[in-house]
Design a protein around this ligand. Sequence first.
Ligand code: GRG
Length: 290
Amino acid sequence: MPVYLAERKRVIDEALRHYLPPGTKKPQALHEAIRHSLFAGGKRMRPILCLAACEAVGGDYAPALPLACAVECIHTYSLIHDDLPAMDNDDWRRGKPTLHKIYGEAIAILAGDALLAEAFAIACRYGGGRYGPGVVVGELARASGSRALVGGQVADLEAEGREISVRELRAIHLRKTGALITTALRLGAMAGEASRESLRAVTEFGRSLGLAFQVIDDILDVTQTRETLGKSAGKDLAAVKATYPRLLGLDGARLAARRYTARAHGALAPLGEKGTILANLAGHLLSRES
Ligand code: GRG
């Protein structure tokens, strides 16, 4: 798995360098800021899942590459904006100062805006096949918009400081974290010309994996120190945010992560042997919490 992940990350990084303007392009501060965030050490999990889904339904991953990169640009924009003082107010991400700490708030907001727009320019490089560019790019737009990523973020902000149920927390996670993960997988499967049955299987896999991913992230927030994670609290998030460990305890959250991962594995049955790579990726993500 480590060799596979490193190789896919290399392919994705090379494509991102190619698709996006160089750091020397004017306005230089903006392009430097974009590159700084994009190459700040992210795991590239969403684009790796996108390429793997393409292969899992039978194809070579190449047609999925622009879609994988578009998803990573949207993910990066969402992290930049999430770190801003108006949102989570974080000074650190991935062990480095957050973008607004280095370039100032205005450039950080605008770098996020530009990444969102560039994502769609990159996605439009997808040539189409059984699923046309309109279908694929439209799906990416919905996953990024008020019904999914942005809507989930707003629901998360609105839930701060009040008691919420596990059911409500799950609904927030499905939009805030799950939608982009599911879409990364679905776009990869579409680029691989998936049958309806395979696309349904990949979608089910994505929903459960997205939930598992968020629960594991919440567990890691508790079990690793914020310093180790490279996060600092502009405010004490643990005190205001509902998380699985807070609602279910650490053991309950671990059980939930295992259950969601098992459900994700179960969803892959229609893909047969070809689904193994997705199953291994889900297993790898779960292994992060232990
Ligand atoms: C600002 C529109 C908008 C949305 C923000 C992404 C997000 C929504 C908030 C970030 C906070 C958070 C804990 C989100 C859950 C998703 C998550 C665990 C993101 C981190 O993803 P990784 O671990 O990040 O894939 P890397 O650093 O590897 O890229």
